[in-house]
Write a protein that binds this ligand. Structure first.
Ligand SMILES: Nc1ncnc2c1ncn2[C@@H]1O[C@H](COP(=O)(O)OP(=O)(O)OP(=O)(O)O)[C@@H](O)[C@H]1O
Ligand SMILES: [Mg+2]
Length: 377
């Protein structure tokens, strides 16, 4: 008995001594079904204890990537390392990973407690230990009073918490979540974001979280991996993706409303906005370039800057999104509070050069070495 407990203590010590236990690393991972390449030569690392979000539009390969990490799909090419060990051909159970799905996948005929301990029962965990772990998991997600209810008698958020408790009770160091909040209403989704993130920090688990909602990614992630057509478009912290999108796609995907992207044209004194020559916004030629400016980085002035005509206003409560025409282009401007406009009113738009992004229209990539011009006061 003494020997057994010291062996356990020893192994625990060894485990906690290794910081890389739950590091996930994908190297050149590809998944194809015939002609359909769902994941195309993807490589990334998820650090131990971090919260990484796989973000991207429907069909870009988020769920497939997650299922490849879990071992629920086999890779066509590439290697999956977990804790530094090659797990590419290991079964899901050998990977010791928990997963939370979009459809919570609860058993309707089992009550909350039975749903939560189901996996432990399958693994023949002794009843006393099962009860102890159930108690703790239920406390963490605040379900202790609802253990005897059936899933049909729970709200969406409570069902979500049962699914989380089931992941927690397994005590795996890695948890994969595939759009776990998409069935919830906006308010609950917002609350659950905070709860999941707080829980992840408290338990120190490594999480890979899938969503197509950029605001969810921005508010929850340590790092965001933006996917497009099975490839990584850009990976970085939320700040990096917002401040320095490397492509037009990334610029358009992060931020609401999206970044304005205005076609530029050559003009006297520098590149102008198409249809508004003679008001240079960028030094040098403009043909083949797009200027990116976020709606929240544009100010409305009575004079100076660029002449614009207001077309529409969407009052959202805390702020108003204005649609304006500049030259032959249309753009959005975010202004605080309420801003009533009559259609056709003339205004002037101003932005700071450091908030300007420049992209190459043909490649869709960020153009380097171009200097945005300060606007006349
Ligand atoms: N079993 C399969 N057989 C063939 N093609 C598949 C299979 N599973 C997924 N795909 C395809 O792979 C691509 C990526 O699918 P995946 O489910 O990973 O996308 P996703 O980013 O999770 O999208 P969503 O946001 O809609 O859930 C899609 O084109 C999809 O049709
Ligand atoms: Mg999916």
């Amino acid at each position: 008995m003494v020997l057994a407990s010291s062996a356990i203590a020893g192994s625990h010590l060894w485990n906690s001594g290794s910081d890389s236990m739950s590091v996930i690393e994908l190297v050149g991972v590809t998944k194809a079904w015939g002609d359909i390449v769902a994941v195309d030569d993807v490589s990334f690392t998820v650090e131990d204890g971090s919260f990484v979000v796989l973000l991207g539009p429907s069909g870009c390969g988020k769920s497939t990537t997650l299922r490849l990490i879990a071992g629920l799909e086999s890779v066509t090419a590439g290697t999956v390392y977990i804790g530094g060990e090659d797990m590419t051909h290991k079964s899901p159970s050998e990977r010791r990973i928990s997963m939370v799905f979009q459809s919570y996948a609860l058993f309707p005929h089992l009550n909350v407690a039975e749903n939560i301990v189901f996996g432990l029962k399958v693994r023949k965990t002794p009843a006393a230990e099962r009860d102890q772990r159930l108690k703790r998991a239920a406390e963490i997600v605040e379900l202790s009073d609802l253990l005897h209810r059936k899933p049909a008698q729970l709200s969406g958020g409570q069902r979500q918490r049962v699914a989380l408790a089931r992941a927690i009770i397994a005590e795996n160091a890695i948890c994969l979540m595939d759009e776990p909040l998409s069935n919830l209403d906006a308010k609950l989704r917002h609350d659950m974001r905070g709860e999941i993130r707080a829980l992840q920090r408290r338990l120190g688990v490594t999480v890979v979280y899938v969503t197509h909602d950029q605001s969810e990614a921005m508010s929850m992630a340590d790092r965001v991996i933006l996917l497009r057509d099975g490839r990584i478009e850009q990976a970085g912290t939320p700040d990096e993706l917002y401040d320095r999108p490397e492509t037009v796609f990334a610029a358009g995907f992060i931020g609401t409303p999206s970044m304005n992207l205005l076609d530029l044209t050559d003009g006297p004194g520098g590149a102008g906005i198409s249809g508004l020559e003679g008001k240079p916004v960028l030094d040098g030629p403009g043909e083949g370039l797009k200027l990116g400016i976020r709606p929240e980085h544009i100010e409305i002035r009575d004079f100076g800057g660029l002449p614009a005509e207001l077309v529409w206003s969407d009052y959202l409560g805390a702020d108003t999104i204005l649609t304006a025409r500049v030259g032959s282009q249309s753009l959005l401007v975010r202004v605080p509070g309420r801003f009533d406009v009559a259609r056709g009113v003339s205004v002037n738009l101003v932005w700071a050069p450091e908030n300007v992004h420049v992209f190459d229209t043909a490649t869709g990539r960020r153009a380097s070495g171009r200097q945005a011009l300060a606007m006349a006061a």
